[in-house]
Structures are given as C-alpha cells and as structure tokens.
Ligand binder design. Structure first.
Ligand SMILES: Cc1cc2nc3c(=O)[nH]c(=O)nc-3n(C[C@H](O)[C@H](O)[C@H](O)COP(=O)(O)OP(=O)(O)OC[C@H]3O[C@@H](n4cnc5c(N)ncnc54)[C@H](O)[C@@H]3O)c2cc1C
Length: 652
C-alpha cells in the first residue's frame, strides 16, 4: 500500500485535476491524505464533494506553511511508502505503478522518482541523475552537484525510521529549498533512481518556489552542518569541497563551524572545552569579555566547598554534591592541565566556621549536621581510594571549639575548626587559560552572544561580531544561561534569581597574618579568607547588592552603578571587621571585586526557605545535542565537565 499526500493551499483552480489524476491510478492500493492549509478560496469545498473511502481530509485552522503541512501529512501516513503531490500538479495514470514496481526491486532504494514536464507559464522537461551508488558520500556529492532542482521530492519515498530523515527541514529560512534538502536526506538514507515516467508540474504566478531567490547559502550551510552528523572527517571534507565548488561564498560560514561550541569562558566553559578537546572534538569557546575567566570564576573567594555551609538543606543533597565535587576537584584539574599542582602552595588558611548569634541555624542543629558531613566524607573516601581534597585525605574534617581568642564573642554563638580551604583562583585560572591556548582551542573573545537559532541538526550562535555554527552546543553562560535556554521557546517551571556579591581584596595585613580564614554561617553571612599574597573580606549586608528574579540580570547592574561610593563601601567593611577581630587595622591597597550569583528560586538567602541554601539543582539539562550546565559553584566546574563529557559520549 502507498500513502499519497496532497498539501493544499488556494488550489481551487487545479485541485480537481490533481485529485482526479490520483484517483484514476492503475495502482489501486493507496490512501489519499489531503490537508488544506487554511485556504482563502473554496479548496475545502471542492475536497468535500469527493465521496471516496480512500480520501481522508484534514484542514488547518491557521496557515502553517507548505513545509509543516507536508510534515503533518507525512505524520498521518499509514504505509511504508508515500509520495507528496502538490495540489497544482497532476500525474499520469501509470505513475504509482511504475514507481512502485521499481522501488520493490531493491531494498536499498529509498526514492523512485519521475522526470518533470513543466507546463503553464514555463515549459521544459527536467531529468535528474539517479543517485544509485552504494556509498553514501558518493550519493551526497552527486546530489550536491546535480539535484538542486527538487525533482525527486515528488517521487515515491520509503519511510525512514530516522525522524530527522523522514520529515522536511522546518528550519530553513522561509522554507526555501526544503524540497531540495529532503532529497539530500534521502541520499543519506539510500539510493534514488529515476524511473521512466513523467510528472506534470504546473507553472503559475503563485508557485511557492517562484518567490525564492537564488541565495543558496542557507541551504548549503544546512547541508554541510547536517552532513557533519553522518560523515567522518575525510568524507566531510569532500562534502565541503563540493559545496565550495557549487557556491563559493559558503566557505566563510563553514570556517566558523565546530563540532561543539562552548558558550561562556568561565571555570565551567573552560573545563568543558579542555575535557572535550581531550576527547578529540573540534571545540571552541565564545566569550563576551576580552579574556577568559573574567566573570564569577575570577571574582569569588575561591572556597572549595565541603558542604559545611549548606546546613539548611536537611536532605543533605547539597552537602553530598559539594563533597563529590570537592573530592574530584584536584584530580580533574590535573587531568585537564596535564600537570601536577602544588595545592599547598595555593591554599588559604583553613576555615573556621563561626556561627553568629542571629544565625538561621541553631547550635544543636549544627551539632547534628557537621557529623553527617563527616560520615558522608568517610563513606566516599573509603569507596574510592583516588578521591582527595586538594591533594590530601584528612581523617577528620572538623572539630568543635569553645572560644576563639582573637574574635569578638559578640559575633558568634559557637565555632568549628574545619579542614576546608580556599584556593588562589587567580593562579589556577591563569593555568587554565594557558592550557587552553597551548591546546589550540579557538577562543572568540569580545563576542557577546545575543541569540541562538535552532536548525535541523545544528545550531547557529549569533553574537555582536558574527555567526558561529555547530552540531552541539554547551551553555556555560552562568548569568545568561536561562536567557539562551529560552531560545527553545519552552516555559521553564522554575524561577532564577540574581544577586551581585562584592568583596574586598587587600594586600596581606600584618595583624591578621596568623588568623584562620573565617566563614560566618547562615546570617549574617560573611567571609575572611587569608592567603599569603592577599586577603578577602565580605560581609553580607554590605557586600550583597541587588536582588532580582527574572531570566537574566537587570541590564543596569554594572559594577559602577551598584557601588556608587567606593570609599564608603570600604569603610563599612573596615569597621565591621575591626569590630569582629577586636583590633584596628586598615585594608592595604583595597580592591573591590564582585560578580553576579545565580540561583534557582525567588527568595533571598536570609529567608530560611530560600533555595539558595540548596545547591543541588540538576547539573546538566540536555536535549537534541544542546547541553546547559548549572554550575552553582566554582567547586563544581571540573566535576560537571567530567559528567558532561560522559553524557556527550553516550549521546553519540
Ligand atoms: C562573589 C562570589 C563569591 C563566590 N564564592 C564562591 C566560592 O567561594 N566557592 C565556590 O565554589 N563558588 C563561589 N562562587 C560561585 C562561583 O564563582 C560560580 O559558581 C562559578 O564561578 C561559575 O562559573 P561559570 O563558568 O559558570 O560562570 P562565569 O565564570 O561567570 O563564566 C560565565 C562566562 O560567560 C560569559 N558570558 C555570559 N553571558 C555571555 C554572553 N551573552 N555572551 C558571551 N559570553 C557571555 C561571561 O562573561 C563569563 O565569562 C562565588 C560567586 C561569587 C559571585
């Protein structure tokens, strides 16, 4: 049996001739599926006059265009073979019989097609070369050279099981050349044979293709990008060279095409690209700043979290995630950089966890929470002997202590000494940037990604500088992640919040040189991080500016606008830290750094129900070769990139 699909749009003048030619076929076993695409003439009335069991009629409430209408018809076909006959054409009575008898002779055939006799405004005959080679690349090359006019689109087609090959490409600009593109899809699948039978194609003023100009760049680019999904490098090169021969100005576009584009060059994007490069992918990074690592990944306090700070997540999921990430951090970084790092040399002093009297967490709650972290850690390191925390496997992660002499007791109710550290992220980031350069990963700096378009089998990334093409995309844009995710036109069932967090970097202050680093737990929030080369100070009520719930941060959130008075900002921090440390000191060459923090939910961190207390959202969302990473923490960047590489490997 055969399914015949007739897309109809304002076809009243010719429709009967078309339908009658189908109903009078010598081959009788067919169903005829017709879909009127919201015609403004009486096409539908004409169709309803037919009283024939073989006809099924659909009508669209809104006009969806010829490509989607054809795809709808294909989706309604019930049989292994189908053909598409636009409503202004007609076929001779032996048409189906001839095509069918040829088709069943050879399993490898996917399209048996006629030659075209055009009539009406233009009169000519077109024959198109059979694509009957055994090898796919040979068929595709012949297709590129000889099948520009979409003759075989009208042939008898064997239904593909691969959805990307079965349906017409809905992503071509203005649906232009979707018929030619379909022939390419067939050439990938199997052989196309010309049969000695005519097809009558009517030329009139309203033919869809009469409005198409000769701009074929979009078509050939789509062909090249789609081919990347099927061909090895040698065949792809042949494909490229053939396209170049046909249409020289595509070469610029093809130059900007990659196996994988990584959007965003922070810790996440950098680790992902290094990992994928190791796996042999032709990967590039697109970044809006004039260097990699200029966003959140630079402007943070570099803590490699063991989970202590997430005591408000009673499920322990965040703690588990932080531990996994922290215990893989150094191994994965060393793997990506191909070198050992002297972690001790870039660690801060260990962190004290000071619990303020106004903390959201009570002492007894923390006394229950900290041992749970220890248990999780014990389990993890027992199971895997390779895991380590910045090169060490300390047996005990924390100890509760009564008092801290150097600190003002007014600021805390209890205290824990931990094995947690920050690392000098400036140093590590430089190493990462250097390795990316050394490995020859193309980095497109000062390219602000504005939009992403989804095509059949590939993505187009549009920046303020140009266009980039790739079959796979990884979104590591941190604060702009959701905005680009939304190019998929799907409503997200979560909200995203943004906060701009600042801190002060000071050259080492002699008076504090021997102090441990400090984290204030769960309100007020703050940190003092003590490195040999510098110190970092932040105190939540002053350091956190702005809170916005949206799919992207407000456009006017700039460093300069948020910190209007630098001196005042510095003075406030000096006062509070002088008070906390019970001594007078000044910051030395203070520098304010800061960046946006992105998280799920709509409540700020001082609310006990805020989702900011949990950092265990799904790490990687993906569909159709599009991967979007929720980094959450600097700590998580390396392990996320390992997980992503694993997923991409499985998707292939
Ligand atoms: C003040 C502060 C302190 C923090 N402290 C810690 C900590 O101690 N420990 C910890 O583990 N985590 C911490 N974090 C979180 C951590 O910094 C982030 O989770 C992590 O750096 C995110 O990495 P990323 O690569 O996803 O983002 P980023 O480093 O921000 O990288 C994203 C990149 O995408 C680029 N980009 C964005 N939009 C576009 C666009 N449209 N076009 C082109 N490029 C674009 C940006 O320029 C940026 O380079 C802190 C964050 C802040 C802000």
């Amino acid at each position: 049996m055969i399914s015949i699909c007739v897309p109809v749009y304002n076809g009243s003048l010719y429709l009967e001739e078309c339908i009658n030619s189908i109903l009078h076929q010598s081959f009788k076993n067919f169903e005829l599926i017709v879909c009127d695409d919201c015609s403004s003439d009486n096409s539908l009335e004409i169709l309803y006059k037919y009283n024939d069991d073989r006809i099924v009629i659909y009508s669209n409430k809104i006009n969806i265009g010829w490509v989607k209408n054809c795809n709808f018809l294909i989706s309604k076909t019930n049989y292994q073979y189908f053909c598409i006959i636009p409503c202004d054409d007609y076929i001779p009575s032996n048409y189906l019989e001839k095509l069918y008898l040829t088709m069943i002779k050879d399993e490898s055939m996917v399209n048996c097609y006629p030659h075209i006799i055009s009539f009406g405004k233009k009169n000519y005959r077109i024959h198109q070369k059979s694509l009957n080679q055994e090898s796919t690349i040979e068929r595709v090359i012949d297709f590129i050279m000889h099948h520009f006019k979409g003759v075989s689109f009208r042939g008898l087609i064997k239904k593909s099981k691969n959805m990307d090959l079965l349906f017409l490409n809905i992503y071509l600009q203005d649906d232009k050349f979707a018929d030619t593109f379909q022939i390419f899809q067939h050439a990938i699948e199997g052989k196309l044979i010309e049969v000695d039978v005519p097809y009558y194609k009517r030329y009139h003023d309203n033919n869809t293709h009469s409005k198409w100009n000769d701009d074929v760049i979009d078509l050939y680019l789509s062909i090249y990008m789609f081919a990347k999904n099927f061909f090895n490098d040698t065949d792809l090169k042949l494909c490229h060279d053939t396209i170049y021969q046909k249409c020289q100005n595509t070469s610029f576009l093809i130059k900007n095409s990659f196996d994988i584009i990584v959007m965003g060059g922070g810790i996440q994007g950098s680790c992902v690209s290094l990992f994928l490069k190791k796996l042999g992918y032709n990967v590039c990074i697109i970044e809006k700043n004039n260097s990699l690592m200029k966003g959140a990944s630079e402007n943070n306090e570099g803590k490699i979290h063991l989970g202590f700070v997430y005591s408000n997540d009673k499920t322990l999921d965040t703690a588990k995630k932080m531990l996994v990430d922290a215990l893989h951090f150094s191994n994965i970084i060393e793997f990506l950089l191909d070198e050992k790092i002297d972690w001790d040399a870039i660690k801060s002093k260990k962190f004290l966890y000071l619990v303020p009297k106004t903390s959201l967490m009570k002492e007894n709650e923390l006394d229950e929470y900290f041992p749970k972290i220890q248990n999780l850690y014990d389990e993890m390191i027992q199971k895997n002997y390779k895991l380590n925390y910045l090169g060490k496997r300390p047996p005990k992660l924390y100890e509760k202590i009564k008092t801290v002499d150097c600190m003002n007791p007014e600021y805390f109710q209890c205290c824990y000494e931990t094995e947690e550290f920050s690392i000098n992220q400036f140093y590590l980031n430089e190493k990462i940037i250097h390795t990316i350069k050394k490995k020859g990963i193309p980095v497109f700096l000062e390219n602000h990604i504005k939009n992403m378009k989804i095509h059949l089998g590939y993505y187009e990334i549009i920046t303020d500088k140009g266009y980039y093409y790739s079959n796979r995309v990884v979104n590591c844009l941190w604060e702009n992640k959701t905005k680009i995710d939304n190019c998929f036109n799907e409503k997200k069932n979560y909200t995203t919040n943004f906060r701009y967090k600042f801190g002060i970097l000071s050259k080492p202050i002699m008076d504090l040189q021997n102090e441990r680093s400090i984290t204030f737990v769960n309100g007020p929030f703050g940190d003092f991080v003590n490195f040999p080369d510098y110190m970092y100070f932040s105190w939540y009520p002053y350091s956190m500016k702005g809170f916005s719930v949206s799919d992207k941060p407000p456009d006017d959130w700039k460093f300069e606008t948020l910190i209007e008075n630098k001196q005042e900002f510095i003075q406030l921090h000096k006062n509070i830290f002088n008070d906390i440390f019970k001594r007078e000191f000044d910051f030395i060459d203070p520098k304010i750094i800061g960046s946006i923090i992105v998280a799920k939910g709509d409540k700020d961190i001082d609310n006990v129900d805020s989702e900011l207390h949990k950092r265990c959202e799904k790490r990687i969302d993906y569909k159709k070769n599009y991967f979007s990473i929720s980094t959450g923490k600097y700590t998580s960047g390396p392990y996320n990139s390992f997980l992503l590489a694993e997923i991409i490997g499985k998707c292939l």
